[in-house]
Design a protein around this ligand. Structure first.
Ligand code: CTP
Ligand code: ZN
Length: 152
């Protein structure tokens, strides 16, 4: 690596979310509920050159692994992402995200009149469609604003 190249350091333990669509890194952090106040080490590369994607974002979170529901939602905004689990500097696990068919109990419905927004014991449920996700109860569709409706 020449002195003109600058690369985000390797991490010792944690999770590297790689091959994120350029510009989505902050939404990835929003999905993980990370805003810095929790004290985790977080490094972000934005619009880094990538052979596969042209430009990509990379998010490295130290000492934290991801839940399946977090990965499910990530897949909606970063369908090409790779989740790497790092232990003692080694990649011990590498998984591509897959789009789930439904997302249950994670997203809030954008429709204020939806039954899931009334004070009823109803869990949210969205079907994953090509253009985003659709509420099972009221058919409201969430597209680019998925990250703002995370409810975990
Ligand atoms: N990584 C890291 N800290 C480590 C090990 C790896 O931050 N201790 C990061 C790398 O910088 C890379 C990702 O984790 O962004 C995956 O690492 P690796 O599998 O070694 O890289 P590639 O082979 O390039 O991955 P891929 O084949 O998925 O593109
Ligand atoms: Zn709804």
């Amino acid at each position: 690596m020449s002195e003109h190249e600058l690369r985000v350091s390797k991490i010792r333990n944690g999770t590297v979310i790689d091959h994120v669509e350029g510009g989505q890194a902050l939404n990835v952090l929003a999905i993980l509920g990370i805003d810095g106040s929790e004290g985790l080490g977080v490094s972000i590369g934005m619009n880094v050159p990538s052979d596969r994607l042209g430009r990509k974002d990379v998010v490295k979170v130290e000492d934290r692994e991801l839940s399946q529901s977090e990965v499910d939602v990530l897949s909606l905004i970063a369908p090409e992402a790779t989740i790497n689990i790092i232990r003692e500097f080694e990649v011990v696990e590498k998984n591509r995200v897959t789009r789930p068919e439904t997302v249950v109990g994670v997203l809030s419905c954008p429709n204020r009149n939806c039954i899931t927004n009334a004070d009823e014991p109803v869990e949210t449920r969205f079907d994953v469609i090509d253009s985003g996700v659709r509420c099972d109860y009221c058919s409201a569709v969430l597209r680019s604003d998925i990250a703002a409706h995370i409810d975990v």
